[in-house]
Design a protein around this ligand. Structure first.
Ligand code: 2RA
Length: 329
């Protein structure tokens, strides 16, 4: 199958190429797409060199599917043009996520809602994906009414420039800045821009996307999202209030049985999820499972995942795998 990757030279785009290779997605021809300044550059995929082309050229080459990771404005402009040409778009930007006519998909949760008519499919925000994967099976059993989440997010979520900023600061050399503040030896309680309600866009993504993916507007989410000087994955402290009482042992076994989740929860032996262990893994890691002793029917947990993989590239490729399994692409 011909596969286009739009934004192929970025952090998520490169990870998409890696994940397509590792998961042996049946790519017969790769069409790497990037901005005009990258057109003509070469990208290596499965040991072969492919020239980066423009979006116009990619449409003319008629791929079956296009994985987009090139930012919201590129998606707004180009995803409809790909879709009109019959190419299914799986879009990692925030452009279409809250559009009521588009599905926002974590395959394990709501993949089954997809139809062959869905030509632009939205991939959720990284911090939302890892959280809902753990929340959804617990919601099915105990009904969640409220979630309080605080995140500890890797610089890789911002992109190459942020990784360079962290590394430069660590070495004490000057360079371009992705953040308004130093990130090394610091914590920045701002991810994306502030909105009128005092929350950041990232925080409101977690609020709104959770409800859309889990399909239940009764779930209330409040979030504080924070950038930390870490690579490898996003971590989240999540407090979950249920309608119904639970047993901690049942919660553990539900999570252990959930595809895509690995429970790492052995505090006596200092075993809990950490980004350095989640790095380059497709699974979501859950630990520090414990009762909230201040409130009944309430659970605390700690969730970690590689934000470039399950939080972005892996989830997008899993959507493509689902479409391929249905023979829709
Ligand atoms: C971040 N959620 O970590 C973003 C990336 N999509 O900044």
């Amino acid at each position: 199958m011909k596969v286009a990757v739009v934004g192929a030279t970025g952090l998520v785009g490169s990870k998409m190429l890696q994940v397509l290779t590792e998961r042996n997605f049946p790519v017969t021809e790769l069409i790497p797409v990037a901005s005009e300044k990258s057109v003509g550059k070469e990208v290596t995929f499965k040991g072969k060199q492919y020239k980066v082309v423009s979006a116009d050229t990619a449409i003319a080459m008629k791929p079956a599917v296009a994985l987009f990771s090139a930012g919201g404005s590129t998606s707004l402009e180009w995803a409809p043009k790909f879709a009109e040409a019959g190419i299914t778009v799986i879009d990692n930007s925030s452009a279409w996520r809250m559009d009521p006519t588009k599905k926002l998909v974590v395959p394990e949760i709501n993949g089954k809602t997809l139809t062959p008519e869905d030509k632009i499919i939205a991939n959720p925000n990284c911090s939302t994906i890892q959280m809902v994967l753990a929340l959804n099976p617990l919601h099915e059993k105990y009904k969640i009414n409220r979630v309080v989440v605080s995140t500890y997010q890797s610089v890789t979520g911002t992109g190459v420039k942020a990784v360079e900023q962290l590394m430069n600061e660590r070495k004490g050399v000057e360079g371009p800045k992705a953040y308004a503040h130093q990130i090394d030896l610091n914590v920045i309680p701002q991810i994306d821009v502030f909105l009128d309600n005092g929350y950041t866009k990232e925080e409101m993504k977690m609020v709104k996307e959770t409800v859309k993916i889990m399909g239940d507007s009764n779930i209330r989410v409040t979030a504080t999202t924070v950038r930390i000087p870490v690579m490898g994955g996003h971590s989240e402290s999540v407090n979950v209030a249920f309608d119904n009482e639970y047993e901690l042992s049942d919660v553990r076994s539900i999570l252990e049985k959930t595809p895509g989740i690995i429970v790492v929860d052995d505090p006596a032996n200092a075993k809990y999820p950490m980004p350095k262990d989640a790095h380059e893994r497709d699974e979501v890691f859950v630990g520090r499972l414990r009762r909230d002793e201040t409130q009944e029917k309430t659970l605390n947990m700690w969730i970690v995942a590689d934000n470039l993989r399950k939080g972005a590239a892996t989830n997008a490729v899993q959507i493509a795998e689902f479409l391929h399994a249905q023979k829709w692409i």
